[in-house]
Write a protein that binds this ligand. Structure first.
Ligand code: CA
Length: 232
């Protein structure tokens, strides 16, 4: 089984380094970012099992990073803060953090909370397996296979495919896809949808005989099994 992958977003070098070493020692795979904005980008680009997020960060505050992550992901977030006032604790949970830990903390306490947050995540997302034809999307392992062949997708491609499968058989406009997959605060145009549909087609459709992604000219896209064949 692949190692659990964590991202630490923390600008205090000593704490970050300490955490990184302890978590590596526990067998986690660990990435480190020291800037809020760069941390957010990292979460958008790759899959993580849990995020450890400091509140006072350069670039973008931890609260804002958390709020934005929740637009596109349910990844568990444990927030770190030097402020132990009840107000920021409530606020952290309110914007979608799973837990909250006050500095200075003991590593045992943090590890215990990480385990709880990870367990909840596994329970919440339990056997979410999506199918269309011979394509299987395994939500718990974040894996996609078609006709038994494993397909490597980036996070955005994965999210797009997931959305298409959940809405299979329905014509989806570019605007709708953009809003659901990229989120409300995405300022680019709908061209990005076409670009990512092409990426997906190259991986999911091109190597196979039957096409799943269909263009509805002037409207958008639909995911469906090829019709007019055999049993269906
Ligand atoms: Ca800080």
């Amino acid at each position: 089984m692949a190692a659990t992958k964590l991202l630490i977003i923390e600008d205090e070098k000593q704490i970050a380094r300490f955490l990184e070493l302890e978590l590596l020692h526990e067998g986690y795979q660990v990435n480190l970012e020291t800037d809020g904005r760069e941390g957010l980008e990292k979460v958008k680009q790759s899959h993580y099992d849990l995020i450890i997020l400091d509140i006072m960060l350069p670039g973008l505050s931890g609260m804002e990073v958390c709020r934005r992550i929740r637009h596109f992901s349910n990844v568990p977030i444990v927030m770190l803060t030097a402020k132990d006032d009840i107000e920021s604790k409530v606020m952290g949970l309110d914007i979608g953090a799973d837990d909250y830990i006050t500095k200075p903390f003991s590593i045992e306490e943090l590890l215990a909370r990480l385990r709880v947050a990870l367990r909840h995540q596994i329970k919440d997302s339990s056997p979410k397996e999506l199918h269309i034809g011979d394509l299987i999307m395994d939500g718990t392992r974040h894996q996609v296979t078609r006709n038994g062949k494993s397909i490597e997708l980036t996070k955005k491609e994965y999210d797009l495919l997931e959305y298409l499968i959940e809405n299979q058989g329905i014509v989806l406009t570019r605007e709708h896809i953009l809003e659901k997959v990229w989120g409300y605060d995405y300022y680019g145009g709908t061209n990005v949808v076409d670009v990512y549909i092409k990426y997906l087609r190259d991986k999911v459709d091109e190597p196979f005989e039957d096409k799943l992604i269909h263009t509805i000219r002037g409207v958008g896209y639909i995911l469906k099994e090829a019709c007019g064949r055999g049993t269906e």
